[in-house]
Design a protein around this ligand. Structure first.
Ligand SMILES: Cc1ncc(COP(=O)(O)O)c(C=O)c1O
Length: 406
């Protein structure tokens, strides 16, 4: 609520910002009796609490000074070197610490990228649908948003090209594009190799920057890892965002932005004014995870854990949902996206579900053009198997009842 007496003092971006429907839904349904498939948070059951506790205790004993001190804005040199080496193994060659900036989650990477590139009124492209953090960062800079459809193979390159060429002719070219290439939030879709190759070409042809938000990359259940846009791009147009949130714990708030040294330098400069530097203990803890070889087994455990839950949710959907409803089979990540019959509004189902102590996220909040009313996002990451089973069964019952009503 904004106090009317002070309204004229707020920025335009604040006055026009949409509240996060996801957060509102999550707080609305934060009752212990609710079986929630709404929040897309990682499962605390796989948080490496014991290892983090042990490492932190050792760090405090042996180097409390630097661990509890301010750090450089760019972040720990050794950690940036190791991250550059990891990315080289994934195909992004020729990177050094000057290409890496430690951030508070990939969320801050989006914010800094928008800060560095977006002026008020610039055009920024996002998927229809897409995770809300990208559009939120663009909005905070006063960008005009344009949506590009996403299908089972990720962002539609034909539509991006068509939209990009049209906007260029109209004198409002796309300046930046935000996307989640792997196991996208909310659709679970993964951008195919062909489309990745086409996207980096298009960025060059149409002259825009790509913000590649990739926090789910490591949570792949099956199939070969695909090269990142950062690895495919030869023109320095990609800002790649990574994070410990889905592979260790989001509470560390640790992420990294990687790209052409000039861009990363400017993002570091912008970060100086936001928060000076990234949480030092989190960086040291993550560094130790890498140096002691503890990350790989954690990632493997996470993959097994979430694959098991995905399979369970898919089996429940198969069992309880009628054929008039469709959904995808994600190859990784946390989400399954559901399409209800075209004329339906998922909000109606949501209210009925909440009355039955079941929750999900309506899909419309992920579409910047307000479409997608008949979609919903189910998350299998945090709910127990028992809750997944009961919630999907109840949703299936409510959907069938609606179908019968006609
Ligand atoms: C696609 C996507 N990007 C970024 C984030 C936030 O990540 P971080 O915790 O690294 O800021 C999320 C969180 O759910 C997400 O789904």
């Amino acid at each position: 609520m904004i106090d009317e007496r002070l309204a004229h003092l707020y920025s335009q971006e604040t006055l026009t910002a949409q509240p996060s429907v996801i957060r509102e839904i999550c707080s609305l349904v934060a009752r212990p009796e609710v079986r929630s498939l709404a929040g897309g948070w990682p499962d605390p059951a796989v948080f490496p609490s014991r290892e983090i506790g042990r490492i932190f205790a050792e760090l405090l004993e042996h180097k409390a000074g630097p661990v509890l001190q301010y750090g450089s804005t760019e972040g720990l040199l050794e950690l940036r070197e190791l991250l550059a080496q990891r990315l080289a193994l994934e195909g992004a060659k020729g990177l050094g610490p000057e290409n890496v900036l430690l951030t508070h989650g990939s969320a801050q990477g989006m914010q800094l990228a928008a800060q560095v590139f977006i002026n008020k009124g610039d055009t920024a492209a996002v998927g229809l649908p897409t995770y809300v953090g990208g559009p939120g960062s663009f909005h905070s800079r006063g960008a005009e948003m344009v949506g590009v459809p996403v299908d089972g193979d990720g962002l539609d390159m034909g539509r991006l090209e068509e939209t990009g060429r049209r906007l260029k002719k109209e004198g409002r070219p796309i300046k930046a594009l935000y996307l989640v290439p792997n196991f996208q939030n909310p659709t679970g879709s993964t951008l195919t190799l062909d489309r990745r190759q086409r996207l980096v070409q298009l960025a060059q042809e149409l002259d825009f920057i790509i913000i590649e938000d990739d926090p789910y990359r490591e949570i792949r259940f099956e199939g070969a890892y695909l090269p990142s846009l950062l690895a495919l791009d030869k023109a320095g147009r990609v800002i790649h965002l990574g994070s410990t949130s889905k592979i260790l714990t989001p509470g560390l708030r640790l992420g990294w932005a990687v790209g052409e040294a000039g861009i990363i330098g400017r993002m570091a400069q912008a970060k100086q004014y936001f928060d000076c530097a990234t949480n030092t203990p989190a960086q040291y803890i993550f560094l130790e995870f890498l140096k002691r070889g503890l990350l790989a087994p954690r990632i493997k455990a996470n993959i097994d854990h979430y694959r098991n839950k995905r399979d369970w949710m898919l089996a429940q959907l198969q069992r309880h949902f009628p054929p008039q409803v469709t959904w995808n089979r994600p190859l990784g990540g946390f989400f399954i996206f559901v399409h209800l019959p075209a004329a339906w509004n998922a909000m109606d189902l949501f209210y009925e579900a909440v009355a039955s102590d079941v929750a999900f996220i309506t899909g419309q909040s992920f579409f910047v053009d307000g479409s997608g009313a008949n979609t919903l996002r189910l998350s299998f990451s945090q709910a127990s198997k028992e809750d997944i089973e009961a919630a999907v069964a109840e949703l299936g019952r409510l959907i069938r009842a609606r179908l019968e009503k006609g």
